[in-house]
Design a binder for this molecule. Structure first.
Ligand SMILES: *Cc1c(COP(=O)(O)O)cnc(C)c1O
Length: 301
């Protein structure tokens, strides 16, 4: 199973003979979107090799990872349990499109308080789940581990060697680590963190040894899942101009950053930029419900 998707040129009037393409990883699977498909691939094989029949993982209310694991479990005959951040969500599953989708795929939920969620990686927390659920394969939050990085090393293929810059959004750093490992030494990999986090560079260094990468940390819009009208307008304009949908949590912020850097002269003349569309479009519906409650403009996709 070696999947690859096409690179689509973004035909907008960029200065300095710069070209921009986007790798449509969002189209790799109808429900296991973009990088989550890459990150789960070898973890699913490992779970099966270990004879596990159950996956347990973690995530927030609109998590692309939760949706992806739920569907992957259904597709692979594995039971799934999602440990969900926020005990107030337990009574609101039907109002939450991501959790409703996951539940329809057969995922069981454990709703935990934000305090308890913070301790989720401790042995005692995991031991409690072992007592309750028996033997399982643990997929870490956001799905990042060395098998996930291995899967993300397959995003770039031989025809991508001519790009000078490769850009992606960052949550936990697994995806960019895979890109860094498989890019050529003369290519530069630029990550756009979707959250405030000084720890990200150290997390990435756990998986990579090359140094031809950097983070652009000014495009998180206030933090994880925080958005404003300027970002919504950008996503809607971009969709109108290119017909390519972006999600508000990751790829919208990345693309906003790329265009801003292009317009500010960051990229040398003639740069050939490849942006990775890591997917995440399932989160738009839930985000729009929040925007509606706040009387903000909706994402028009
Ligand atoms: C999870 C996710 C990311 C972040 O990937 P990491 O490997 O955690 O850095 C980026 N984009 C989208 C759409 C995602 O769902």
């Amino acid at each position: 199973m070696n999947s690859s998707v096409f690179n689509q040129q973004i035909v907008l009037p960029f200065p300095n003979e710069i070209t921009l393409h986007i790798k449509r990883e969002d189209l790799i699977h109808p429900f296991i979107s973009g990088n989550k498909f890459r990150k789960l691939k070898y973890n699913l094989l490992q779970a099966k090799a270990e004879g596990k029949s159950k996956l347990i993982t973690f995530g927030g209310a609109f998590s692309n990872h939760i949706a992806a694991v739920a569907y992957a479990g259904k597709e692979n005959d594995l039971e799934t349990v999602g440990i969900i951040r926020g005990d107030e969500l337990e009574s609101k599953i039907s109002e939450n499109p991501t959790l409703t989708f996951a539940q329809n795929c057969g995922m069981k939920f454990e709703f935990v308080t934000r305090e308890a969620y913070r301790t989720k990686s401790t042995p005692s927390f995991i031991e409690k789940f072992k007592e309750h659920y028996g033997d399982f394969y643990l997929v870490p939050e956001g799905g990042t581990n060395s098998l996930a990085v291995k899967g993300c090393e397959e995003i770039l293929i031989s025809e991508d060697v001519d790009f000078t810059h490769i850009c992606c959004a960052i949550g936990t750093g697994g995806t960019i680590s895979g890109l860094i490992n498989s890019a050529k030494a003369n290519q530069k990999i630029i990550g756009f963190p979707a959250l405030k986090g000084d720890f990200l560079s150290d997390d990435i260094r756990k998986f990579v040894t090359n140094s031809n990468w950097e983070l652009q940390s000014d495009y998180h819009f206030g933090g994880y899942a925080k958005i404003n009208e300027a970002l919504i307008r950008f996503i809607n304009d971009f969709y109108k101009q290119t017909n390519i949908p972006l999600d508000p949590i990751y790829t919208g912020k990345m693309m906003f950053g790329i265009v801003d850097l292009i317009n500010n002269g960051y990229f040398p003349k003639g740069s050939k930029i490849l942006a990775i569309h890591t997917g995440g479009l399932q989160g738009i519906e839930g985000m729009n419900r929040n925007l509606k409650n706040k009387n903000l403009p909706l994402i028009a996709i």
